[in-house]
Design a protein around this ligand. Structure first.
Ligand SMILES: NC(=O)c1ccc[n+]([C@@H]2O[C@H](COP(=O)([O-])OP(=O)(O)OC[C@H]3O[C@@H](n4cnc5c(N)ncnc54)[C@H](O)[C@@H]3O)[C@@H](O)[C@H]2O)c1
Length: 256
């Protein structure tokens, strides 16, 4: 059976638990014919354990996106395993506790800087680390955001970090278009992953979806977001770049 990622080689970051958007992306990517490689943070053993639940075995590489040595070592390890890359998935987000949960006005810059580094700047550093692996045919870079057009309850400095991620993605689309590399984001609705659980009061934020989303939204189902990522990795969005596609049950379109 043919899949929409047949013959594609994809690097996927962010597989931590079965609830990770990246786990569902990895599963769907393999089902759609891709060869994948995973990166792991904080420990490869955690990701290796979860990766056993994927349809096919996959290599796991340690990668802290704020570690320049890890980034520099990525090319060789990926080349050895896959020969090159046709796609990269950035499914990474982090903010220190004092940058979340209603402390917006008192968060120190140090914590804001960490949130920006790990959640936004890393889209650029990860992509640049992978760039030598992409051929003249180009490729697709896909990241995950949480709609940064609005101020949300509790989300605090992750909001400006996501706004920075969204802008970074547009600038990367600008600068990598000549190499036929597309850069797009999926803007997902709330999902009960580890990243979400670390936001104090996350359920308050998520309850907005019960009241307002046109399509029923299931907090426990990351598959729709994963499907969006796989679609953007495929050849079915060949002229789309610098775009943000909402996989949020339609909430972004509703005023009140
Ligand atoms: N869960 C939601 O409600 C939601 C909604 C919209 C967007 N997102 C975004 O989706 C992406 C994936 O999050 P998730 O919900 O699957 O949660 P998750 O906790 O499963 O994934 C977050 C990932 O970030 C990785 N990470 C953190 N610091 C890192 C570092 N220094 N280096 C490398 N990796 C690092 C973690 O290892 C983890 O795998 C994030 O960008 C998140 O902001 C999540």
């Amino acid at each position: 059976m043919s899949g929409i990622l047949d013959g594609k080689r994809i690097l996927i970051t962010g597989v931590l638990m079965e609830s990770s958007i990246a786990f569902h992306t990895a599963k769907l990517a393999q089902e759609q014919g891709a060869e994948i490689i995973l990166t792991a943070f904080p420990r490869p053993t955690l990701t290796e354990r979860i990766a056993k639940r994927l349809p096919k075995p996959t290599k796991v590489i340690e990668l802290d996106v704020s570690n320049d040595e890890h980034l520099a070592g990525l090319e060789e390890q990926v080349r050895e395993e896959l020969g090159g890359l046709d796609g990269v998935v950035h499914s990474i987000g982090f903010a220190p506790q004092d940058a979340l949960g209603g402390n917006f006005l008192n968060t120190p810059f140090e914590s804001v800087a960490t949130a920006m580094h790990i959640s936004a700047f890393s889209l650029k550093s990860l992509t640049m680390a992978c760039l030598p692996l992409m051929s003249e045919e180009g490729g697709s870079v896909v990241g995950l955001t949480f709609d940064a057009q609005f101020a949300w309850p509790q989300y605090d400095w992750m909001g400006p970090a996501k706004a920075a991620l969204e802008a970074t993605s547009r600038y990367m689309a600008r600068d990598l278009g000549k190499q036929n590399i597309r850069c797009n984001l999926i803007s997902a609705g709330p999902l009960g992953s580890m990243a979400a659980k670390s936001i104090p009061g996350f359920s308050e934020l998520a309850s907005v979806w019960d009241d307002r989303a046109p399509l029923e939204w299931n907090l426990a189902d990351p598959e729709p977001a994963g499907r969006g990522v796989v679609a953007l990795l495929s050849d079915w969005f060949p002229k789309t770049t610098g775009e943000i596609i909402h996989v949020d049950g339609g909430l972004h379109a509703i005023g009140a």
